[in-house]
Design a protein around this ligand. Structure first.
Ligand SMILES: Nc1ncnc2c1ncn2[C@@H]1O[C@H](COP(=O)(O)OP(=O)(O)O)[C@@H](O)[C@H]1O
Ligand SMILES: [Mg+2]
Length: 256
C-alpha cells in the first residue's frame, strides 16, 4: 500500500531519532535481577552523548543493546528507526554491520591482519558500507587511507604492517578508523580512552567529533572518567536513569 511505503521509506527512517527506548527491562539471565530498567531514553541524530556511571552500572550492557548484541524481553528499543526488540538474530547482525561502528575498550583488532586490512573489515560484511567507502574515496582501500590520515595515523609506519607492531594509542586510532569505515550512522565507543593519558584523551575525542561531524553520525561514548563529560553535547548518568540500580539499593537497605 502506498501509505506504508511512504512510512517505511528511507527518508522517513532518517527522520527517526538515533535511539528511542521505552519501558525497557533487561536481564542477562532469566530469571534473574534486572541489570537495566529504563523508562525513556531518546538520542537525536547527530548528538554526541556521554554515558557516565560507575563500574557495574550497566554501561556496556546498554551499548550491547544499542548494537543489537543483546535483546530486551520487555519494552521497546528503536535504533535508527529499527525496532530491535522485534528483529531476529541474523537481521540484527546485518543491521549492525550496515549501520553501527563499534569501538571496543580493548579495540578487538585482528592482530594477524595489517592496519589497512583491519580498517577495511566492515566493508567485507556490509555492501552498504563498501558502497559508501567507494563513493567517498573511489575504493575501500583509498577510504581506509583517508581515515587513517584523518586520525593522524599517516606517520604510523607502513599501513601494511601488522597491528601488533603499533603502540596502544595507534591501535586505538586504527580501531576508530575501522568504526568510521563506510560512514555508519551510529558510532558506539566503550571506554576507548581508558589507556591514554589526559592530553591524548582529549585529542582523540576531538578526532572522533571531527569524523562524526563530517559524516553526520551520532556518537554514544561511554566512560567512567567524568572529566570528559563537558566536551559532549549531553551527559546521561546511568546511575540516575537506570531504575534497576535504585531497586538494588532499596533491596540492600531493607535487608532483603
Ligand atoms: N555478558 C554478560 N553476561 C552476564 N552478566 C553480564 C554480562 N555483561 C555484564 N553482566 C553483568 O551486568 C552488570 C552490568 O555490567 P556492565 O554492563 O558490564 O557494567 P559497566 O560497563 O557499567 O561496568 C554487572 O553485574 C555484570 O556482571
Ligand atoms: Mg563496561
Amino acid at each position: 500500500m502506498a501509505w506504508s511505503r511512504t512510512l517505511n521509506s528511507d527518508s522517513d527512517t532518517q527522520r527517526q531519532p538515533a535511539v528511542e527506548i521505552r519501558d525497557l527491562t533487561f536481564r542477562w539471565t532469566e530469571p534473574g535481577p534486572p541489570v537495566l530498567r529504563l523508562d525513556h531514553l531518546r538520542i537525536e541524530r547527530g548528538e554526541r552523548v556521554f554515558v557516565a556511571g560507575p563500574s557495574g552500572s550497566g554501561k556496556t550492557t546498554l551499548l550491547n543493546l544499542l548494537a543489537g548484541v543483546a535483546v530486551p524481553r520487555q519494552g521497546s528499543l528503536r535504533v535508527l528507526g529499527r525496532p530491535l526488540e522485534a528483529t531476529g538474530g541474523a537481521r540484527r547482525d546485518h543491521f549492525r554491520a550496515d549501520h553501527i561502528g563499534y569501538i571496543f575498550q580493548m579495540f578487538n583488532l585482528i592482530l594477524y591482519l595489517s592496519v589497512l586490512e583491519n580498517v577495511q573489515l566492515p566493508c567485507h560484511f556490509s555492501r552498504i558500507r563498501r558502497e559508501r567507502a567507494r563513493r567517498r574515496s573511489g575504493t575501500p582501500t583509498a577510504e581506509a587511507r583517508r581515515l587513517l590520515k584523518q586520525l593522524d595515523m599517516a606517520d604510523a609506519g607502513c599501513p601494511d604492517s601488522p597491528v601488533n607492531a603499533l603502540s596502544v594509542g595507534q591501535q586505538q586510532r586504527v580501531a576508530a578508523a575501522r568504526a568510521f569505515m563506510g560512514a555508519p550512522e551510529l558510532l558506539i565507543a566503550d571506554e576507548p580512552t581508558s589507556s591514554l593519558d589526559a592530553d591524548r584523551r582529549t585529542a582523540f575525542i576531538q578526532l572522533l567529533f571531527q569524523e562524526c561531524a563530517d559524516s553526520g553520525a551520532t556518537l554514544v561514548f561511554v566512560s567512567h572518567d567524568n572529566t570528559l563529560a563537558p566536551l559532549f553535547d549531553r551527559t546521561l548518568s546511568l546511575a540516575a536513569l537506570n531504575r534497576a540500580t535504585a531497586d538494588r539499593e532499596t533491596a540492600l537497605q531493607s535487608g532483603s
